[in-house]
Design a protein around this ligand. Sequence first.
Ligand code: PLP
Length: 380
Amino acid sequence: MEKNKRIYLCLAHMSEEGWEQKFVKEAFDTNWVVPLGPNVDAFEADLERFMGQGKCVAALSSGTAAVHLSMVLLDVQPGDEVICQSFTFAASCNPIVYQGATPVFVDSEPETWNMDPDLLEKAIKDRLSRTGRLPKAIVLVCLYGMPPKYDEILAVADRYGILVVEDAAEAFGSRYKGRPCGTFGRFGVLSFNGNKMITTSGGGALVCPGEAAKRKILFYATQAREPFPYYQHEQIGYNYRMSNVCAGIGRGQMHVVEDHIRHHRLLAEQYDRLFSGVDRVSVHLNPSPEFDSNYWLNTIILDGSSDKEIERIRLLLDEAGVESRPLWKPLHLQPVFKDAPRYLNGVSERLFASGLCLPSGPFVSVEEAGFVADTIKSAL
Ligand SMILES: Cc1ncc(COP(=O)(O)O)c(C=O)c1O
């Protein structure tokens, strides 16, 4: 490996042709340096084509804003409970609390690492018997790009008439049975943060069922301004629209999104090959051909390891110039959520104690993946 070069988890990667700069320059040249404009419209049209299924997409300032607006549109209010996958990043859950509602955490199953359908049903029944009310919504996550067990989860949600928000922030380009993640629930959340499959520097989007829902999202995303010549407000709104400059980056990134996804998947194949036959190490892969992860971050599990051993390996990788990271700390273990109800089976805690995220972005070469694997093998 090149001396002094660090290998990062997932860096933003711009097109070699400079598409991003072309669209950003256009925004400046035409003075569309505002949170609306031709790049926003065109990026949304690109996203709608990419997601398909007749969905509409509203471009927003972040994935977190998208989760929040999904809660607003589902009328989540103080006193409500919302079920959320515990094994995820805090942004999947924080907007539940912004609305004054209570998150109820549900653990994962070991195949996809996403919400366990049986535990979900148990949680719904138990909340109903304790509170006399059904949870208002379910936040389902596609962790590290892996699709959840949609059929089973959606069957449970349908049985109780609870709407699902899919947090596909990490799963842009992932598919389940050929259909893109983010198009299964009532709403789908996308993130274009700097470390995601494509970036707008910071940004996100909410995938929704059609034009009427999109109009509603845009209404709340632009301060809930009523159609009067002066500023009239009858609802509380937010400043969540995507900037036309950022959308220019997004438009450019849509020219290379397929290359990015291909590269993440190539690295998954490489890690799988490099660790095959290595005692205790397993690479997290699609559990069956129905699942088609984008492998946003490639992850490994070290069987029987502890968080101390994971930290030892992380530090050794760091010394060798490799960025790695423990898996998400389950939200039910986060001090800020210590009082939230939870339905657990030990899966996310076991994964947290024994997993590592490995470098995965377009800047990571096959040779570098080999170096990462060799460093881990010698650490073991
Ligand atoms: C699972 C998940 N949900 C939500 C978010 C929030 O997205 P953003 O950073 O664009 O607000 C992220 C990423 O940051 C994420 O990984």
